[in-house]
Each structure stands twice: as C-alpha cells, then as structure tokens.
Design a protein around this ligand. Sequence first.
Ligand code: PMP
Length: 350
Amino acid sequence: MWEDNVRRVVPYTPGEQPKIQNLIKLNTNENPYPPSPKVFEALKNFDAGVLKKYPDPTVSMLAGAIAKAYSRDISETFVGVGSDDVLAMAFLTFFNSDKPILFPDITYSFYDVWAELFKIPYKRIPLNDDFTVNKEDYFVENGGIVLANPNAPTGVELPYNEVEEIIAKNHDSVVIVDEAYIDFGGRSVIDLIDKYDNLLIVRTYSKSRAAAGLRVGYAFSNKKMISYLQDVKYSFNSYTMNTPSIVLGTAAVEDKAYFEEIRDKVIKTREWTKEELKKLNFSFADSHTNFIFARYNGNMKRDDIVKALRDRSILVRSFNGERVKDYIRISIGTDEEMKIVIDALKEILK
Ligand code: PMP
C-alpha cells in the first residue's frame, strides 16, 4: 500500500508551448520582443569552459546587478529560477501556521497548488464582481497573505494605499506581493519595504524583461526575511541558478534603456488593442499589465471564439471556473500581431 504514502498533487497547468509555425502566441504573457541586445552579446561571448564548475550558490553577480538596478542592497535581494521558484520558496519559508493563508478566488492558479503541496491551510477570498479586491476581507486573522498586483488573470490593480493598508493591518503575518506585471503601468510598493517588516515583493524577468526562457525571478524584502528565505532555499537545493542564466540575467538587468523602450511599446500596443476590442463589443477591467482579460458581449460563445482564433494560428488563454468561463486572456504582442488578431476577430464575430 505504498500509494497511501504518496504526496499526491493536482499540478499547475502551464500555458501550452506548441511548436506550430507562424503561430501568434498570446497565451502565456511572454514579451513579443527579444531580450536586450546586451543579452545576445553576452551569450556570444559566453565561455562554455566555465560550465565545468558549479555556479556561484549565492548568485552574487546577478543579485548584485538586480539590487543595483532597483537601489536596494544585495542583502535585501533574493534570486530564484523564475518567480515560480521564488514564490514556492517563499510559501515554504513564511507560511508555516495553522491559520489559513489568504488569496483571492480568482488569481494566479499556482498559489493553491503550492498550498496543497506544502500542506498550508488556505482560504480563497472572493473578489468583488468587478474583480477588485475588497481590502477589509484581509483584515482578519490569517497565516499569511499573497496578492498578485496587478492581479492575474484579471489585470486589475489594487491601489498602492490599499496594498499598504493590508500590509499595515497584518503585522503578525507575511504579505507577499507578486509584482510579475508591475512594470506595465502599475505602482510598486517596493518603498514600503523600509516602512514595514512583513513585506516580500516578488518580480520576474519573464514579462517586462522579455526573458521567460532564462528563468530568472527575484524578490526584495528586509535583510531578516531574505536571510530566512535563503536558509530554506539552501536547505532545498544550493545550485539552482545555472551559470548562463546568471551571466545573461546580469546583462539583461543592466540595460535600462532597452527595458524602457520595449515596455513602452507593449503599453502603447495594449492601449490600441483596448480601443479595438471595445469597438468589437468586448468588455474588460482596465489592464495595467501585458494582457487583457476580456469577455465578448455578443452571442458567440467564448470557447468558439478561442477555437476560431486557434484555427487561424492565434493562441490565447482561457480558464475554467464559474466566474471566468466567459473570459479570454489575450497577451499583448507586437503591433503587427495585434492587428492580425483584431482583423481575425472582426471576421469571426461578423
Ligand atoms: N506570478 C504571476 C502572477 C504570473 O502570472 C506568473 C507567470 N505564469 C508567474 C508569477 C511566474 O512567472 P515566472 O516563473 O516565469 O517568473
């Protein structure tokens, strides 16, 4: 009966990565632009000879570059293999109470998977009908709080002051703010690290840095929380970040000008896409991310629209669940890609 002792989990389902030619891939919120030219250069100059050695377990070059880019100290900076790794380590480190951790009912669907995996009690707090967070719902006893801000897949941002109130009212538990999409127009709470001792901010290279394939995520907090996080990480696996990712990740974060250029392009394309979707009878909460979570108000069913787009080699993401079953999440591609999507929708919905 060994199966009685198996740790069974229902895994998170990532967006598919199909190898279809000429696919317009708008299903995983990747950046449509390549990484910084500095990454290409660093890759060209990379000396594969160094691979005979283990990487630096402290990842100090990359952590130092990230810390510098955001004017933090390296002792306040944690680096992981994508923000999924950072979040998993943070759940393991900071959520160790009998009280439930809290997160919205509609949010990044990895949170409940980690809670199940690590046997952390949790409670999903329903969002309001317009997908906003009701901050008072988080003024209750809990074992920790995790908020994606802006939220995914809704795209809705919780205003800075309300995030602060949630942090302030919960001094006995850790509040994780997952800022995966913050660079596309949201306001970060990074400065609140100096004001509160219970805040962890998690970020990623996968969206605004156009480097999902590098698998770099990072976190900022106070020195004490980062040191607890490091202890757990080193107790799990010391050499998680591979040497090429350390080198290329450093090059990426040092190129501020390119980062701002592609971020602004994505924002501009998103605003154009919003206007076009409105004309086509879609409605959506105002997004400050690199995706739009929209529902069609006409007669055609969500899944038929998704299928018709796929038949035209356009891949978008949809989720099951009562409150989101009519919605399509469309990542923002290049101008050319979004024009093709809008033209396809015009044809499909006519
Ligand atoms: N947080 C949120 C809210 C996300 O949408 C994603 C992307 N799936 C992640 C974290 C993880 O991204 P990554 O592991 O690529 O950094």
